[in-house]
Design a protein around this ligand. Structure first.
Ligand code: AMP
Length: 621
């Protein structure tokens, strides 16, 4: 039996289990719900404000402060005050290396592919744990304001987030004690908030332009019969209002000759830098409505005109327009096909942004709903849909990056191409390369590059227990199942024997409590070795395969070759074998090439032989 509670103020009845919608932002986060009247509403707990700055401060007494109060410590205690943590979610140090100057706190730099960790005092925190603290604050506020427990949520992410970032977000929710029912793309939520497409007869193609504090994305949505379909997405996870602030900071530093005065290495940690950053944000916001800003940080004069500001950020804004062009191209559309443009994110308040976007799409943009709240409001509507209160709408998204597996030679074979609609399912069939092979390694990757080593590894597992059969005989079906949250399940089945293995792909960078801790420490210690080790192993595998094939080839076709040809081949095989145990990767590859070169004409000769035998056969008939 469903429990109900009565809102004493309004006398209305509401279901006990409220599902909230959460916009976990780079700069600010907020939570919304559907009020008893059925409308989305943002939560303003005890008048503390709607936006919760996504900032976590670690106090010397051991307490952790989140939100507005934490923001105050950005200046006085920058090293223990963590901001823009969303930029680090699901990311490795290599991913963020070029942007590390943006952070005033200590990011562990081990120069590897492993998970980023943040050092505060003598403790280490993952971005997932830190995001979990922000989500916990939102949950507490919602519970306090709604006077009921809140255990279920829909959380939004930028459309450009990859699987590991989505998984990280989900894990952060879990740490906060939330059952994350759905991870939803921010543009999808925004269009819901505008109600575009809620009327089932409406047919539209719209662009959602989302410029927040730290991320930018543009999505092209097709809305038809109450169905939202993301045709394409494009963006840059390192572009946003923070960059505008930084541009102003740099300008003031130049104006006041501060660059030489502050030593480079201590620069990003200095509280002066943080004070300038906050002042720059204040100036930027003021310049959204006025033409000039005058202020001071201590003794330092901080003045800027709107014209100057626009000049400083014009490159950045232009970059977003290029992304819009690319998104249109990916969707196979032109500007004329776009009927509406929705603006999302606090930075779309900057007049130059609005003006350029409107000019590009050749129409006025939608900016009626507060751009900070629009995503959370949409997430609340999505939670209402999941609660079964709106059955007329279905949501479809696309996967932003291709998913595939590693094949021979370290090549990426795509199974689900980028921009495929999700949920989706796709598969391919493979076989073994060695007689009697009983195991098959399946390594799952995400990315657009041809070589898997340039892409992101999501998982690796062995399909074990294939019954021994000649090479090429087993039929191994590998299926990818991408659910509506963008979480991937990979299934491998050997069809002749029916043996099966299935993994839900927990992206390498996802958090599972102690496991990740261990994984992280292991990878920090072994990362460099791992890479060279893997390359050596790959070369060895290829070499072993070559020895195996060449030996079988000579054995089966002895009568077609001269004795010196056979002796020389065997000699080359022996050299390769020795190199396999003692040589390095390059030496092994060289030996493989030599053997290949030497035996290639044999194969051609055999082929000719086979053809002429076949021809003779025909002639006799
Ligand atoms: P979001 O990530 O969507 O919360 O966006 C936050 C970004 O919007 C931050 O970079 C803010 O500085 C920026 N922002 C907020 N208000 C304004 C404003 N009035 N004018 C320009 N930028 C703003």
């Amino acid at each position: 039996m469903a429990k109900v509670s009565i809102n004493i103020a309004t006398g209305s009845v509401q279901k006990e289990e409220i599902i909230v919608g959460i916009d976990l932002g780079t700069t600010n986060s907020l939570v919304a719900f559907i009020n008893p009247e059925g409308n989305p509403q943002v939560i303003n707990d005890m008048g503390k404000g709607i936006l919760v700055p996504s900032i976590v401060h670690f106090h010397p007494d051991g307490s952790v402060i989140v939100g507005n109060e934490a923001k105050e410590y950005l200046i006085s205690d920058p090293q223990n005050t963590i901001f823009s943590v969303k930029r680090l979610l699901g990311r490795s140090f290599n991913d963020i290396e070029n942007h590390k100057d943006l952070f005033s706190y200590k990011i562990i730099d081990d120069d590897t592919e492993s998970l980023v960790k943040i050092k505060v005092g003598d403790k280490f925190y993952t971005p997932i744990e830190l995001s979990g603290m922000i989500l916990k604050e939102l949950k507490d506020r919602a519970e306090h304001a709604l006077k009921t427990s809140v255990n279920r949520a829909v959380i939004t992410v930028p459309a450009y987030f990859n699987d590991s970032q989505r998984q990280a977000t989900r894990d952060a929710g879990k740490l906060a004690g939330l059952d994350v029912l759905r991870i939803v793309n921010e543009p999808t939520a925004a269009s819901l908030a505008y109600g575009i497409g809620l009327n089932p007869n409406e047919e539209k193609i719209i662009a959602v332009y989302d410029l927040g504090g730290g991320t930018f994305d543009v999505s092209i949505l097709k809305i038809q019969n109450g169905i939202f379909e993301v045709l394409s997405t494009n963006g840059n996870t390192f572009l946003g209002g923070d960059d505008f602030d930084q541009a102003i900071v740099n300008y003031w530093m130049g104006q006041n000759n501060l660059v030489g005065m502050i030593h480079e290495s201590s620069l990003h940690q200095s509280s002066l830098q943080q004070a300038l950053r906050l002042k720059a944000e204040e100036a930027k916001k003021a310049l959204s409505t006025q033409n000039i800003f005058n202020g001071f940080v201590g003794e330092i004069p901080c003045a800027i005109t709107r014209i100057k500001f626009e000049e400083l950020i014009s490159d950045k804004v232009q970059q977003t327009i290029t992304c819009c062009k690319n998104a249109l191209q990916d969707a196979g559309l032109t500007i004329q096909d776009i009927q509406e443009v929705v603006m999302v994110g606090g930075s779309t308040r900057t007049p130059l942004v609005k003006q350029q976007v409107s000019e590009f799409f050749q129409k006025p943009v939608h900016d009626q709903i507060n751009p900070d709240e629009v995503v959370a409001l949409g997430a609340a509507i999505q939670s209402d849909i999941l609660a079964g209160n709106r059955t007329d709408i279905l949501l479809l998204d696309v996967t932003p990056l291709s998913l595939g597996i590693e094949t021979m030679g370290g090549l990426m074979e795509i199974i689900i191409p980028r921009n495929s609609k999700i949920p989706t399912k796709a598969g391919k069939q493979y076989t073994t390369s060695i007689d009697g092979q009983v195991n098959m390694k399946i390594a799952v990757y995400q990315g657009e590059r041809d070589l898997v080593k340039e892409n992101r590894k999501l998982a690796e597992f062995d399909l074990k227990g294939i019954p021994p059969m000649p090479a090429g005989f087993p039929k191994v079906d590998i299926n990818f199942l991408l659910n509506a949250d963008g979480i991937l399940t990979v299934q491998a089945v050997e069809l002749r024997s029916g043996i099966k293995q299935e993994v839900e792909v927990k992206p390498t960078y996802g958090l599972t409590d102690n496991e990740v801790e261990k994984m992280l420490m292991d990878s920090i210690q072994n990362a460099k070795e791992d890479v060279s080790q893997r390359m050596l192993i790959e070369a060895r595998t290829e070499g072993e395969q070559m020895v195996y094939t060449a030996e079988r080839f000579i054995e089966k076709n002895k009568e077609y070759f001269s004795t010196p040809e056979i002796t020389n081949t065997l000699k080359l095989i022996e050299t390769l074998k020795t190199t396999l145990t003692s040589g390095n990767k390059d030496q092994i590859l060289r030996r493989i090439d030599e053997l290949n070169e030497f035996t290639r004409p044999f194969a051609e000769r055999l082929m000719d032989q086979a053809i002429s035998t076949a021809m003779k056969g025909k002639a006799i008939e």
